[in-house]
Design a protein around this ligand. Sequence first.
Ligand code: FES
Ligand code: FE2
Length: 337
Amino acid sequence: MLNLSMKPTGWFQIGWSAEIPPGGVKPIKYFGHEMVAFRNRQGVLSVLDAHCPHMGAHLGYGGKVEGDCIACPYHGWQWNLQGENMLIPGEERRIPKRLRKWHVVERHGLLLLWHDPAGGAPREGWDLPDLFDHPELPADVNDFYPCYPDAIVFKPDERIHPQLMTENAADTAHFRFTHGAPEDPVLLDFDTSTPVWQSQMGFFNKHTKEIALRLFARNAGVGLSFTIFDHGKLGRRLVLSCTPVDDDSSDLRVSYFFPRDPDSPHVMPEHIRELARQTEGLFEEDARMWRHQRFRQQPIFAKRDVLGYRALREWCKQFYEAEGCPRGPLIVMEDTM
Ligand code: FES
Ligand SMILES: [Fe+2]
């Protein structure tokens, strides 16, 4: 399946903020790296390489937060938020060795990690889109219910490459067949000029020929997509993510943001919970394809695929720096008549 590198560069989701409360510790693994995430009592989060430089214990299994440090469960050496050694029990000295600290940001309750296979810092121009700050449909995050824990989907350890999810941004032909939609949407426009892909899809009303629903999509690299459904005054907002765990599998997540219902602004009402549950089914319809799909480096395109897919695949190449990216001609299906 995986003839594309599982070490793309960019921003990726590694969880939800609420999974690590103040004083909490969590072992995580992405891009083949064992890491530990922990939060001090003031709420500051840090993600470090997991294995203690002393004897190699994994800090995520039994490690405890002590002030601004995580204490190793094996012999108690302490490492601060920056990954520096702060304490060796019974000794005056500290060692200059430090654990690698990963770049992580928290946005709207999502934990997002920067991955550069060469170890570089987040790059200028590779900014994360803001789900709520959109030129066509700006909104205030406070007008939405938090996505966690009622409107999320988590599918761990799936044999799915993130690019398969990203290619959905150009795939107008799967809605009827994969999702049972009455009509396919049309790709209205797209912009590939930055590391954030931007596009609009429109579902047309068959009778009036007017756009009945628009989808604004922004993809930050190959594993993270931000979509706004132009639905109601505020729009429904969705983050899809697919983050490689290692060279064989990925974690998939959906985070859905619904506008607050004025009748129940603090508690998500049942009818919205039901919509969130339906999301799980919709996402599974896609995941069922991706899970068993063999990525075609040289696909045979139907005519309607050509414009968007070709542009998207060209755009995706910039995220593969560690190993080769897909090359070769893209084949277009010709009329046989
Ligand atoms: S292995 Fe961590 S303190 Fe010994
Ligand atoms: Fe889909």
